[in-house]
Design a protein around this ligand. Structure first.
Ligand code: F6R
Ligand code: MG
Ligand code: MG
Length: 375
């Protein structure tokens, strides 16, 4: 954002921090009182910190969107969200909501919410004269759910005709891919499109292990995407709910058009999650503030489009509320029906690599000991 402050160009930061704090009737959706507690905290404590804010939900997750000038991973901004989540958790406990404080895995705030449980997506940039962006949030799935849609909208001219038409978009993008398997520190690689697109595909196909944390335009040197890559089982050491991801995507000009970012979500591709975070199900695009239902799913994704000027947000345009998506939803419900027919067999349920964090692991371990061997 190019407004001057003491002769210095101020940059704008967008932060989205999201957590499951408990839900009505299982893992369905947050209560009004819980949302109010989070919202009231932000409303009363954000003055002088944030320029603007929104509180929304997707399934059982509450997302706080903030615009500010404090840069990414700012302690005050993270503290604001953390305290709002704690206020929400208290209401969830009072109301007897299920899974109260589910994503607040560690309760010692230490300067950042990263590593404590909530999903974080943040980016800092100089605001364009017209600055459109999307906040895309998913529930009952994990960060790898965004691999296919991001690959298609940034690398595939079948979904992004800008790759054929726009010289700036043709220059490609730099993808930061995180290895989400447990390790001592953060492990990542940077790959460039178009020349390393096939290498990128080799990693992104493994949705459980690899996920994109950021995308940068090569033409503009500007951030296009910031996405959360939290895996809760790496923090908790056991299954602790799914790592429902969120991302910010800037659109138009040097970036894909908003419609090109949304288009791949019409596939309803199969992602990990659904009931007990242990199954594959098709990702269904839903309206903002939608609840969860069938088999604790299906995995859902919402998309809110905003414009922002000097940090002031417009109201959200609810992208998947448009009638086109009704038909898509019906088709994706059919995909969910089909895979659910085979219950836990074969590709309907996650592989043992993922299930080893669940309570199924001890059963298998026990059975291993009882096997007979004849040489
Ligand atoms: C997924 C999720 C649910 C629960 C399921 C069982 O993120 O939260 O699918 O895993 O409802 O919940 P418990 O074991 O708490 O009864
Ligand atoms: Mg939950
Ligand atoms: Mg959730």
């Amino acid at each position: 954002m190019r407004f001057q402050c003491k002769s210095k160009i101020m940059k704008m930061t967008i932060s989205v921090i999201k957590a499951d704090l408990g839900a009505i009737g299982g893992h369905i959706k947050p209560s009004r009182a819980l949302l109010d507690a989070v919202e009231n905290h932000i409303k009363s404590k954000s003055k002088g910190l944030a320029i603007d804010w929104r509180v929304t939900f997707t399934g059982d997750d509450i997302a706080i969107l903030l615009t500010h000038n404090k840069g990414i991973e700012n302690e005050k901004i993270h503290r604001l969200c953390w305290d709002a989540f704690i206020a929400g958790m208290k209401v969830a406990q009072e109301q007897g909501l299920y899974g109260a404080g589910q994503d607040l895995l560690k309760l010692e705030f230490n300067g950042t919410v990263k590593g404590l449980g909530p999903a974080v997506a943040e980016m800092e940039f100089e605001e364009r004269a017209a600055e459109p962006f999307l906040v895309i949030a998913a529930d009952k799935t994990d960060p790898g759910a965004f691999n296919l849609p991001l690959y298609l909208s940034f690398c595939d001219p079948m979904y992004n005709s800008g790759l054929l038409i726009s010289p700036k978009i043709r220059q490609g993008y730099i993808f930061r891919v995180i290895d989400m398997s447990p390790s001592d520190g953060e492990r990542w690689i940077e790959l460039k499109s178009p020349e390393e697109t096939y290498d990128l595909a080799v990693l992104l196909r493994d949705q459980e292990r690899f996920a994109i944390s950021s995308v940068v335009s090569r033409a503009a040197g500007e951030p296009a995407v910031a996405a959360s890559t939290t895996r809760l089982h790496n923090i908790a050491g056991k299954y602790a709910g799914k790592d429902d991801p969120v991302m910010i995507v800037r659109t138009q000009q040097n970036f894909p058009g908003s419609g090109e970012v949304l288009a791949p979500f019409s596939i309803g591709h199969f992602v990990a999650g659904f009931m007990r975070g242990s199954h594959y199900g098709p990702l269904m695009p839903v309206k903002q503030n939608s609840e969860i239902s069938f088999f604790d799913g299906p995995p859902i994704v919402s998309a809110a489009a905003y414009s922002v000027r000097r940090g002031k947000l417009t109201e959200a345009a609810d992208c998947f509320a448009q009638p086109y998506w009704d038909n898509i939803r019906a088709r994706i419900a059919g995909k969910a029906e089909e895979i659910r027919k085979q219950g836990f067999f074969g590709p309907a349920m996650l592989g043992m690599g993922e299930l080893e964090y669940t309570k199924m692991a001890p059963t298998l371990k026990n059975l291993e000991k009882k096997f007979n061997i004849k040489k």
